[in-house]
Design a protein around this ligand. Sequence first.
Ligand SMILES: Cc1cc2nc3c(=O)[nH]c(=O)nc-3n(C[C@H](O)[C@H](O)[C@H](O)COP(=O)(O)OP(=O)(O)OC[C@H]3O[C@@H](n4cnc5c(N)ncnc54)[C@H](O)[C@@H]3O)c2cc1C
Length: 303
Amino acid sequence: MLSRHTRFGIGGPADVLLEIGDETSFIQAIGISKNSGAEYTVIGGGTNLIVSAAGFPGIVLRFTGAAIERQGVAIRAQAGAELQALVDCSIAEGLRGIETMTGIPGSVGAAVYGNAGAYGHSMHERVRTVRFFDGTVTRTIGNAECEFRYRESVFKQRKDWFIFSTELAMEPGEAAELRKTADEIFQIRLTKYPADMKCAGSIFKNLLLAELPEDVQRQVPPQVIREGKVPSAYFLEQVGAKGIRNGGICVADYHANLIYNQGAGTAVELREVIDDLKARVRARFGLELEEEVQYVGFSNGAA
Ligand SMILES: Cc1cc2nc3c(=O)[nH]c(=O)nc-3n(C[C@H](O)[C@H](O)[C@H](O)COP(=O)(O)OP(=O)(O)OC[C@H]3O[C@@H](n4cnc5c(N)ncnc54)[C@H](O)[C@@H]3O)c2cc1C
């Protein structure tokens, strides 16, 4: 059951789950999947996924290569490494640049894919190169070609591309100072996201102020704007999202953009809450919230 591989604890079965640690075997597995006509998809740590009750009718692939290696003031990591392991390694090595990303769960590969970030910094600031399989060959591209934007990259547009590793350009730093910054952030994050909370972090992306209709911009109090973005939580709060409950699925009463599974929640209930919240914001503000979470095994919106 894929519910065992998602932090939400939700999701039906896959026909096959393959965990592979080397590039050659991974490419062979993709080839076999394609030649057999089977559907395939790739997951990392499952911390940003909503998997349908029906699960995934095909092959689910996970790359487990997790080497992390310092190269001067750069650091190279394989996609299957935990992002936290990369953060901890860079801190221990006295390399500055990703310490604010402490506590973001999941893998390095998915962090590049979704340009993960927190506390004012995201992966795109540090990625120098990405090595990936494009469905035919393995190649390496530089930062500009990754087309990073807020929680976006070229890899999100090209579902047939698979990230194997990345090289990050870092700066020299002082390990104790970096550790202190990371530990402070980690403690704050724990109060928002308890370690056993079945969730995916923020469900919806924040919105760029400049891209909002003028009448909506005028309604946003200046104090909620952060780095040119309006938290989607602001709009969700205005439509009464906090504390909503649908079966085993709840919206946190302290954070309108945080949906969690109380234990026995289902994919159907989760989709209903997401659709309800989107409809409320659409009706009140004329805005379309966009999910940050990624869906697996849904067709025609059915759960
Ligand atoms: C409590 C909590 C807090 C969070 N806080 C933050 C936060 O502060 N900032 C933030 O940005 N995110 C946050 N997230 C979201 C999540 O941690 C990130 O999206 C993370 O990068 C997902 O990693 P994963 O390995 O679990 O990916 P998955 O959830 O398994 O997959 C996510 C997507 O990545 C794709 N993918 C995975 N690996 C690869 C690869 N090697 N190549 C190509 N595509 C790949 C998958 O196909 C899928 O579409 C939070 C999540 C939780 C549960």
